[in-house]
Design a protein around this ligand. Structure first.
Ligand code: FES
Length: 163
């Protein structure tokens, strides 16, 4: 009996239900936070480097987001994908490449992958120019610091920080 291939929606839901690398990283070497004015979502990414065979490569990355399921799913697979890459190699990846393990995203969800790409870019190359729809957000201890009671956002608190 052949197995039915999961739909893109099912793949995203599954990745968002069990995200990898979710949470703050206290010992991070780089942090980037961006927000999108069109949908109001925010994403912060932490990156830790290590030396490997004479190269400075990404040891691990983690994220927090006030974002949709697709942003969570893309951030989950992207933080896995960039492990072992140099900053330049990670910066060369597009949102489409970062989301590729999930499958091709529909046009209305491409900006969700772009949010992840921009957070990575903000962490690894903070002085690079950002698209006008993306706003770098000053880093604070947690992403919650940027939310005031007047913001109408749903906050899902995380378990424990990534060490
Ligand atoms: Fe805003 Fe997905 S709808 S990141």
């Amino acid at each position: 009996m052949s197995e039915t291939k999961p739909t893109l929606t099912q793949t995203i839901e599954e990745a968002a239900r069990h995200p990898k690398n979710l949470g703050e990283m206290e010992s991070a070497d780089a942090v980037g936070t961006v927000g999108r004015s069109d949908c109001g979502d925010m994403l912060r990414m932490w990156v830790k480097f290590k030396e490997e065979a004479g190269r400075k490569v990404i040891d691990r990355a983690s994220f927090q987001t006030f974002g949709c399921q697709t942003a969570i799913a893309v951030a989950s697979v992207a933080t896995e994908m960039i492990r072992g890459k140099t900053a330049a190699e990670a910066l060369s990846l597009s949102g489409e490449q970062l989301s590729a393990p999930l499958g091709p995203l529909p046009p209305m969800k491409i900006h969700c992958a772009q949010l992840v790409e921009d957070a990575l870019r903000s962490a690894l190359d903070p002085v690079a120019s950002q698209p006008s729809s993306v706003h770098p957000v000053p880093s604070g201890p947690t992403l919650v610091d940027h939310v005031t009671p007047s913001n109408k956002v749903k906050i899902t608190f995380l378990t424990k920080p990534v060490s």
